[in-house]
Write a new protein. Structure first.
Length: 280
């Protein structure tokens, strides 16, 4: 009888231990599953081309366990404000000089997580078909955004229309830094960048300098409609900005990897035919 009771006790003990071990195994499996839950990444972007590019990257990131949420903006102020406040994990709408100026003026602690593409700025005119046709005293409309002035004036200089002062930092050049203006052009820098297309459509001024994202977003084709375009070697590359320290997060690094992938770069080339140019 004693042996029988001992045998029964041992059997119960073995079953109990097996059940306990099974429970631990299931718990471990459950914990492992939790670690593989998707990460949500919220990125602010201009409608075109930034948001379009992100939409193309979205299913690729989903396969990597990243749910990309895209918030679109039509101005150049809120995306950085919302990145600072934590409403965004990253933004993708601005070029590097604009980021640097925004940080200087607002005290933002941001970093460039990766350079993705260049949008050549264009010179548009409904009155004239070439730069050579611009008359003496023509009015040139520029963006009211000071961070755009150096780029726009550098473009006008590269096309032989003006000459900037020797030694001036061309990324920070202003209208007062023009040293030579052979045709005595008048420069009007009172229009918000997002309104320049409307000024062009309303036939305001003799020529209007427009950022390609606003041109494309409003149905213009920079390659066909501009009378002159910025060279593809422009230093004004569009970047993904994040709060300092976040550039090392796995989901941010994966975002940059996907945006710089051959699949996305080929898409950019095919979609915009050179009016948006990917960078390596």
């Amino acid at each position: 009888m004693k042996k029988l009771l001992t045998g029964l006790f041992l059997s119960v003990l073995v079953l109990a231990l097996a059940a306990c071990g099974s429970g631990k195994k299931e718990e471990t499996s459950s914990s492992s599953g939790d670690s593989k839950e998707n990460v949500t990444l919220t990125v602010g972007a201009s409608n075109t081309p930034h948001a379009v590019i992100l939409e193309k990257a979205k299913p690729i990131l989903a396969k990597e366990g990243i749910d990309l949420k895209i918030e679109t903006y039509q101005d150049y102020v809120l995306p950085n404000q919302h990145l600072e406040s934590g409403e965004l994990d990253a933004n993708y709408f601005q070029h590097l000089p604009f980021l640097e100026l925004s940080m200087k003026e607002n005290g933002y602690d941001f970093v460039n997580a990766g350079a993705i593409h260049i949008e050549p700025i264009g010179i548009y005119s409904k009155k004239y078909k070439s730069l050579e046709d611009l008359p003496e005293g023509a009015t040139i409309l520029l963006s009211s955004s000071v961070s755009d002035h150096g780029r726009m004036l550098s473009l006008l200089e590269a096309k032989g229309l003006i000459k900037l002062k020797d030694g001036v930092d061309k990324t920070a050049a202003e209208i007062k830094d023009i040293a030579e203006n052979p045709k005595n052009f008048k420069f009007d820098a009172n229009t918000a960048p997002e309104m320049l297309v409307q000024m062009y459509e309303n036939n305001e001024g003799d020529a209007v300098l427009i950022n390609s994202n606003f041109a494309i977003d409003n149905g213009l084709n920079p390659l066909k409609d501009a009378i002159s375009l910025e060279d593809k070697e422009s230093p004004y590359v569009n970047i993904v900005a994040v709060r300092a320290g976040d550039e090392t997060k796995p989901e941010i690094k994966k975002l940059i990897e996907v945006l710089k992938s051959k699949e996305i770069q080929d898409f950019i080339v095919e979609e915009w035919k050179g009016s948006v140019v990917p960078v390596k």
